[in-house]
Design a protein around this ligand. Structure first.
Ligand SMILES: Cc1cc2nc3c(=O)[nH]c(=O)nc-3n(C[C@H](O)[C@H](O)[C@H](O)COP(=O)(O)OP(=O)(O)OC[C@H]3O[C@@H](n4cnc5c(N)ncnc54)[C@H](O)[C@@H]3O)c2cc1C
Length: 497
């Protein structure tokens, strides 16, 4: 099958040869680091939320590993470098009428980052999580070897990389599946009067892939209040008229996407604008920086209405604590960061939302349903039962088996709903920083859920091991990073290293 060389927007297009040279440089720089020194990727961007300790660390230059190597439009696959951002990958694939099966909402999330640190989006109810559409990846292991991992080659490493956060190796090249798109996504914002009825609707949509006789390709939702819950149901359309709209909307300028959910029942976006609808205002979090103030927004440069810019502002605050100091000077109580995404089984999500509202009371809450791919057949780490996924399934799909993803062991055949809440909560008198996060961790476990590890975590070592595949992780770590050159998962996630 012919491989079409992908176009790149900047000089130094990465082809196979350039990629091989970049990997060799990376291997050499890794080998040159004295054992015992901490290693970290020298990436320009990050979407990690927990602050990291500032001890001595060796940084691996991966700046030449951020491109698309090639798109195979026939097999519907993309061959990409590990640090390629979804923004770049999507720009390349949309030009060929294709998109990755799951595109995380923030533009600078990289393919390697989404696979090793997990990701989710509104296509996850039919396409699972980003790592489930990886066919093969080259991993620079902690031992310094370059290993090609797939469902049949080093399947243990292939299955354990998701949620390992660079603690056993770095993905430097990945082959990922793509699906065809149409030019627009038509939206229906459907309001529900309580979380229970919204979750019942999620179950219907996930099962039938339709709502009120119209097909559904994308689902997410927002809880503005317990009696104001919206599901946004998207479907590919050829033009705005097919979505019942006169024209497509633009939320990259003065209009703000999340507010539109409450204001209009139908909408239409280009597929590009749909995929990045949450990036412009970092969901709703840009409000903290004044970016939603009408006057300030008018003069706010468009190039800085992006999640990576807001993330940099948070980095400055984490480093210098300017707002925290001002709050102290004004005599305001200290606050705790509560920035989390958790996965709760759909049948318990309404109860979790009610618990969260009663105990924490932070709105809005983002909702996004997901199911591991291949209903009832497992997490898709190997060849076995035939591929059965629906919309957009491309040629050249690998067969899958029943092996779960051990470091983030969701139940095959079950529907989960991701709940995302991102903000600050006051530290009550007599309480400690972290106490509300600990309550949330406890509630997530009581509701049989799982918590992503991109932000703060407070578990003790034993609980953490039980939740995140401790025994399997130990074996993988010993096999692929026997010298423990890479910081361990617990030390990263809980120890903030
Ligand atoms: C506020 C917020 C909201 C979020 N919301 C979403 C969301 O809605 N949907 C979603 O999909 N995700 C979301 N995320 C999570 C995000 O997808 C993960 O944090 C992801 O790991 C970030 O990828 P990155 O490329 O920015 O990696 P980085 O932030 O640079 O790194 C994250 C970790 O992954 C490791 N890593 C990075 N690249 C590689 C690689 N190539 N190989 C191995 N390890 C690597 C790093 O060592 C590090 O430990 C959110 C994060 C935040 C902070």
């Amino acid at each position: 099958m012919p491989f079409l060389t992908a176009s790149r927007t900047q000089a130094g297009a990465s082809g196979e040869l350039a990629h091989a040279a970049a990997v060799e440089r990376l291997r050499a720089s890794y080998a040159a680091i004295p054992t015992g020194r901490s290693v970290r990727l020298a990436k320009r961007t990050s979407n990690l939320f927990r602050p990291r300790s500032r001890g001595p660390v060796e940084r691996l230059d991966v700046s030449a590993l951020d491109g698309v190597i090639a798109i195979d439009a026939v097999a519907r696959t993309a061959n990409v470098q590990g640090m390629c951002t979804y923004e770049r990958l999507v720009a390349t694939t949309l030009a060929q009428g294709l998109m990755p099966l799951v595109v995380p909402q923030l533009k600078t999330i990289t393919v390697g980052g989404a696979v090793s640190g997990l990701g989710i989006e509104s296509s996850s109810f039919r396409n699972g999580l980003p790592h489930e559409s990886v066919l093969e990846m080259d991993i620079l292991t902690g031992a310094g070897d370059l290993v090609t991992a797939s469902r049949t080659s080093h399947p243990d490493l292939f299955a354990a990389l998701p949620n390992s956060y660079g603690s056993v190796g770095y993905a430097v090249r990945l082959t990922v599946e793509l699906e065809p798109v149409q030019p627009y996504v038509g939206l229906r914002h459907v309001r529900f009067g309580d979380p229970e009825s919204a979750m019942a609707a999620v179950e219907t949509v996930v099962t039938t892939r339709a709502w009120e006789r119209q097909p559904v390709d994308f689902v997410d939702g927002v809880v503005f209040a317990l009696d104001e819950v919206y599901l946004t149901l998207g479907r590919f359309v050829a033009d705005p008229a097919a979505a019942g709209c006169e024209a497509s909307s633009d939320y990259t300028g003065q209009q703000i996407y999340y507010r539109s959910i409450r204001q209009r029942a139908r909408d239409c976006l280009t597929v590009h604008d749909y995929l990045w609808r949450w990036d412009t205002d970092w969901f709703w979090c840009s409000e903290a920086f004044g970016a939603q103030n009408r006057l300030l927004r008018r003069v706010w440069p468009a190039a800085y209405r992006r999640s990576d810019f807001y993330h940099r502002l948070v980095g400055v605050e984490n480093r210098y604590g300017i707002f925290a100091r001002l709050d102290r000077l004004r005599g305001r109580p200290a606050s705790e960061r509560l920035v989390q995404d958790v996965e709760i089984p759909v049948e318990r999500t309404a109860a979790f939302v009610r618990w969260f509202t009663g105990r924490v009371g932070m709105f809005p809450i983002w909702l996004c349903p997901l199911r591991l791919r291949d209903d009832g057949a497992g997490a898709g780490a190997g060849g076995g039962a035939g591929a059965s996924d629906g919309a957009g399934a491309g040629a050249g799909r690998a067969q899958r088996d029943t092996r779960p993803w051990p470091l983030y062991p969701l139940q095959p055949g079950s529907t989960y709903v991701n709940a995302g809440f991102w903000g600050m909560v006051q530290i009550a008198t007599g309480a400690d920083d972290g106490d509300v996060n600990r309550l949330v961790e406890d509630a997530v476990s009581r509701h049989h859920g799982h918590k992503s590890l991109y932000s703060d975590a407070y578990y003790d070592r034993e609980t953490f091991g039980a939740l995140y595949g401790g025994e399997v992780y130990g074996r993988i770590k010993e096999r692929y990073d026997p010298g423990h050159r890479l910081t361990g998962l617990y030390e990263k996630a809980v120890g903030r290293r």
